[in-house]
Design a protein around this ligand. Sequence first.
Ligand SMILES: Nc1ncnc2c1ncn2[C@@H]1O[C@H](COP(=O)(O)OP(=O)(O)OP(=O)(O)O)[C@@H](O)[C@H]1O
Length: 230
Amino acid sequence: MTQELLRCEHVSKSYWDGNHDLQVLQDVNLALQDGELLAIVGSSGSGKSTLLHCMGGLDQPTSGQIFFRGQNIAKWSPRALADWRNQQLGFIYQFHHLLPEFTALENVAMPMLIQGTSAQQARARAADLLERVGLAERGSHRPAELSGGERQRVAIARALANKPALILADEPTGNLDDESAQQVMQLMLDLNAEMQTCFVIVTHDQALAASLPRQVSLQQGQLQPNKVTK
Ligand SMILES: Nc1ncnc2c1ncn2[C@@H]1O[C@H](COP(=O)(O)OP(=O)(O)OP(=O)(O)O)[C@@H](O)[C@H]1O
C-alpha cells in the first residue's frame, strides 16, 4: 500500500522587491505518494525551482506548510532538517554540482560518509551505484574527464547514495543533448520502478514530461493539472 510521502498545504511564497511583494507561489497544494513519479512543468519564472526548494527544505514558504510523512518540517531544528535532507532526500540539478577535485566514486560516496557510513562500505555501494548507472569503468575519473550525460548519471548515483525516499530533480536534462537527455530520463524511470524512490522532476521539456505518469503545471505560481497528452 502506498503512503503519503510529502504534502504541500497552501504553500505561498513572495519576495519583497523593495516596493512591493513579488508573489512567486500562490496557495500550492500538492500531495506525493511513496514511489510516485511527477513532472512539474511551467514557463520560465513560474516558480518551479522555488517550489522544489520549499519541498526540499532549502527555502521556507511565506505561508503554508510542508509535511513529510505527516510531520511539519517547519517545526524541525536546522540539524534535524540537515539530517533529513542527507538521509531521505536526493537532489539533482541542471548542472551536476559534482565536486571537481574528487573522482566519480568519491563524489557518490560523499553523502554516505557524511551520514557516518564506513569508508569501505561507502566505496562498495558507490561502486555498485556507478555500475547501475552504466559507469562501472569511470569510477576513477574526475568530473572534467566525463561527458555531460556521464556527469549527470554520476549525479543521479550520488542522489541515490543514502537510499532516499524522494529525489528532487531541477531540469536534470536541461544541459544535455537529446540523446543523453533521453538516456538520463530513462535511467530515472528505471530507477523509480526498481527502487520505488519517488522522483519529482522539473522540466521545460513537455515531451519528456509527457513520458511521466503524472504531470502538474505551474502558471504564475499557481498549480494546474498539466494539459500535455502522451
Ligand atoms: N531570492 C529571490 N529573490 C527575489 N526573487 C526571486 C528569488 N528567487 C526567485 N525569485 C523570482 O521568483 C520567480 C520564480 O523563480 P523560479 O526560479 O522559481 O522560477 P522557475 O519556474 O524555476 O524558472 P526557470 O524555469 O527559468 O528556472 C522569478 O521571477 C524569480 O526572479
